[in-house]
Design a protein around this ligand. Structure first.
Ligand code: GDP
Ligand code: MN
Length: 391
């Protein structure tokens, strides 16, 4: 879930990140009135949409007076802004954020994320911040430098300042830049963010450092720990399949492969996908049916898998426990299969609570299942079918 610019800045400010003074407005009149509350001689009017890349397409406007703020707001509000990050239809601007304009001496890119390979939290920094950063980094990823962070804030501050100096931060801005980075890291960890991105991080001539633009992505799976964000979650940036799954008490992540997997429990789900990869297969999804999922919810989850044109075989791997018995999953899956227009072959492995009953149920309903008693054989077979192997 992505937080818009003004919410990202509000959150970062709570952790000590310096941001320009700003006000949100949904009408041109409000924009003019609210900008008078900002102690500034120049203003920036910024279209509030989820996507970035606004600066390159006129979504960021400078204004010298409150009446100029009003006319820039009038031009932006109600417009669909098409940026490199939106689709061709663009994104409708419902509000603008008005800020004091910062005199930017130098622009940096600063982000906190998890390293994809090591899983460690890292600070990413570049002296090529600003609107051209994405393209510059695509052409030459070497412009981004990386500093590994600790999880508990016990970072070596001298090493961090050295890193920032090597990235090009001038001496007079080193201490504030290091403090800002640490504040951003606290915000990242405390809110279960997957990304905190500040671009540009502006350095003024006097060495002051400010987040001129900010975007935060939160881990949707950790939202239950942050009920304050739930009201903001309109599910808009969640893929269709994941939204349906969430509504039906199923954890689901779309993946690139062609083997649809129906699995209960996150641990078994991860193990199944690992084993599929090891066997040369490629899962189409990660699934974890929660213990509270009913067979009808299960049916809705399975329907969406069966409808997915990339799924050429389904592997049902269930270990029935005290909470989720095999028959609940089997019943849900059978309902979905009966209704489905696409009927890919199904490989099943059912073990534990009510496994026999579940098997009988699937066979009675004439699902074209191939039944295995252990995981490795079921996985090997699913991979074989996915690769076009005949029965
Ligand atoms: P984005 O294009 O969606 O990432 O929007 P940004 O908020 O990053 O703004 C785009 C660009 O506008 C920035 O990279 C800056 O060059 C410029 N900009 C935005 N706010 C200010 C400001 O307060 N002062 C100055 N000088 N430039 C600004
Ligand atoms: Mn930006």
């Amino acid at each position: 879930m992505k937080l818009s610019e003004h919410l990202s800045k509000e959150l970062l400010a709570q952790y000590g990140v310096t941001v320009p003074v700003g006000r949100l407005a949904t009408t041109p009149e409000e924009a003019e009135a609210r900008c008078r509350e900002i102690p500034a001689t120049k203003y920036v009017v910024k279209a509030q949409i989820g996507a970035g890349g606004r600066g390159l397409v006129g979504g960021i406007k400078m204004a010298a007076t409150p009446s100029a703020v009003r006319s820039e707001a009038a031009r932006l509000i109600g417009e669909a802004l098409v940026t490199a990050q939106t689709g061709p239809a663009g994104e409708l601007v419902n509000s603008v954020y008005i800020e004091e304009a910062v005199d930017i001496h130098r622009s940096f890119y600063l982000a906190i994320a998890f390293d994809q390979h090591t899983g460690e939290p890292v600070l990413l920094c570049s002296d090529r911040g600003g609107v051209e950063f994405e393209q510059a980094a695509r052409i030459d990823p070497g412009i981004v430098r990386q500093f590994t962070l600790t999880f508990d804030g016990s970072d070596d501050m001298a090493a961090l300042r050295r890193f920032l100096a090597e990235t090009g931060v001038s001496d007079n801005a080193l201490e504030p830049a290091a403090e800002l980075a640490m504040a951003a890291a606290r915000a990242f960890f405390a809110n279960d963010a997957t990304l905190v991105e500040i671009n540009p991080l502006a350095v003024r001539v006097d060495g002051a450092v400010l987040a001129v633009d900010a975007k935060i992505s939160l881990d949707t799976n950790a939202l239950f720990r942050h009920p304050e964000f739930e009201a903001l979650d309109d599910g808009q940036d969640v893929p269709e399949q994941e939204r349906i799954a969430r509504e039906n008490d199923i954890n689901f992540v779309k993946l690139a492969g062609n083997i649809g997997v129906v699995v209960n429990g996150a641990g078994l789900g991860l193990a199944t996908n690992d084993m599929l990869f090891d066997a040369g297969g490629d899962p189409a999804n990660f699934m974890d049916i929660r213990t509270t999922t009913t067979s009808l919810q299960m049916a809705r989850g399975a329907t969406m898998l069966l409808q997915d044109p990339s799924v050429t075989v389904v592997l049902v791997n269930v270990h029935g426990g005290g909470m989720t018995a095999c028959d609940t999953v089997a019943e849900g899956f059978a309902i979905a299969y009966a209704r489905a227009e696409r009927k890919p072959p199904v490989v099943v492995r059912l073990a534990g609570q009510n496994a026999d009953w579940a098997r009988t149920m699937l066979k009675d309903r004439r699902l074209p299942i191939e039944d295995f008693s252990d995981m490795s054989s079921a996985i090997a077979r699913a991979v074989q079918v996915a690769k076009g192997g005949r029965r």
